[in-house]
Design a protein around this ligand. Structure first.
Ligand code: FE2
Length: 401
């Protein structure tokens, strides 16, 4: 029987899916570029990842004239022209494009059952995040240090990962993705680092700033040189007997520290916030342009045309960012992150419960060796979702005690 005492917001969330039309989002009471600190206070000095977009429309209203003007521009120009989309069987071609551009889109990675399972998981986790009442008359709590209507499954989870969730854990070693990840790394000795992903609600009118995910320290370790050889890098020495500078650069280029696959839950359109990727930036040492300096072509360099069930393999070093979602559809891109074979166990956290690890295939269990918790030890924070950093920390502490 339906509960007639539900508020409109509760019924919106109950019906919500991460594909197709939804009533979720478009909160006109959340001002553009507003973000919050770890406790939910508005106007923090440190905006964290919530870098302002100076070109954003001034109202978060679906048919506001500035939103309409942005929509008209996106309809006309959004999307990389001639974006190559590979079949899962085109393993070598996918790896070649990945190394050239720093990303590659591959279609049909998920079958219908896997797509349905992950969509359901994404909606379930998002319901938890959005069910916390917003400040004042706002519909939702913005995530600490992020722009409004944008959330990360990873950072909203008190364990920083989603590997406690069967939907996320079951996507780690798919028959469609494993050959491509193995080809990119040149061996099957890579590891799972984590699993999360990001999403934007309809009405996320601001551009997220361009950024790489993490820095490459560019240390030339023996293991990294070995991996470079496995993917075909020829080693040339200079007159002093050291690896030549072009060889050193090529080693760095061909051996990304981390490869992430973001999976597409709904077709990416010009209107629903397709991710933007700037080709060839995976080896750049300089910082990407700020939102004020970003040229128009970078704002439109998006993956329009990627269909539900496909995925984008990303070299985490490549410049990327989220774009405005002016549609009525949630755009979710859950992910799996893989660490290169040359990486050491340093920095890995044990965020996957033993019970979940036991359900995996032997191959996938091997990939998760460095993130698996011991039997009887629940990973700190696993299963707690909250948009505010301090609430997550408090809940994780209470869970431990
Ligand atoms: Fe990112």
């Amino acid at each position: 029987m339906r509960d007639t005492n539900r508020t409109p917001l509760q019924s919106e969330l109950e019906e919500m899916q991460v594909y197709g039309e939804t009533r979720v989002g478009w909160d006109e009471n959340t001002p553009p570029n507003e973000t919050v600190d770890a406790d939910g206070n508005l106007l923090p000095e440190n905006r964290g990842f919530g870098v302002s977009d100076p070109n954003s429309p001034k109202c978060r209203i679906y048919d506001d004239p500035e939103v309409e003007a942005l929509r008209a521009r996106l309809r006309q120009r959004n999307g990389i022209r001639g974006l190559e989309i590979c079949e899962p069987t085109e393993v070598k071609k996918a790896a070649r494009i990945f190394r050239r551009d720093g990303f590659v889109v591959v279609k049909d990675l998920l079958n219908a059952e896997q797509l349905a399972r992950w969509r359901e998981g994404c909606a379930e986790a998002l319901r938890e995040i959005l069910s916390i009442p917003g400040q004042g008359n706002r519909k939702y709590v913005t995530e600490t240090g992020r722009l409004p209507h944008r959330y990360s499954y990873g950072t909203s989870s008190a364990s920083r990962q989603m590997l406690h969730h069967p939907a996320w854990a079951s996507m780690i070693g798919l028959p469609t993705t494993t050959p491509i990840v193995t080809e990119i790394f040149g061996s099957s000795d890579y590891r799972v680092w984590g699993s999360g992903g990001d999403l934007c609600l309809p009405g996320a009118i601001e551009y997220q700033h361009l950024h790489p995910d993490g820095r490459d320290p560019q240390h030339l370790s023996e293991a990294r040189i070995e991996q470079a050889k496995r993917v075909g890098v020829e080693l040339h020495k200079d007159d002093s007997g050291n690896l030549s500078v072009p060889t050193q650069k090529l080693i760095m280029e061909m051996t990304p520290p981390t490869v992430t696959i973001n999976f597409v839950m709904c077709d990416l359109t010009w209107e629903n916030g397709p991710i933007r990727q700037i080709p060839g930036t995976h080896t750049m040492q300089q910082a990407p342009p700020s939102p004020a300096d970003e040229p128009e072509w970078m704002r439109h360099s998006t993956l329009v045309g990627a269909t539900a069930g496909s995925g984008v393999f990303r070299d985490n070093r490549a410049w990327h960012g989220a774009t405005p979602n002016l549609s009525k559809e949630i755009r979710a891109l859950p992910n799996v992150e893989y660490a290169a074979p040359w990486r050491t166990p340093q920095g890995f956290t044990k965020s996957m419960p033993h019970e979940i690890w036991e359900t995996l295939t032997p191959y996938t269990q091997k990939l998760c060796k460095w993130i698996k918790a011991d039997p009887g030890v629940w990973p700190t924070g696993a299963g707690i979702m909250h948009p505010l950093a301090n609430k997550r920390a408090e809940a994780a502490k209470a869970q431990n005690s």
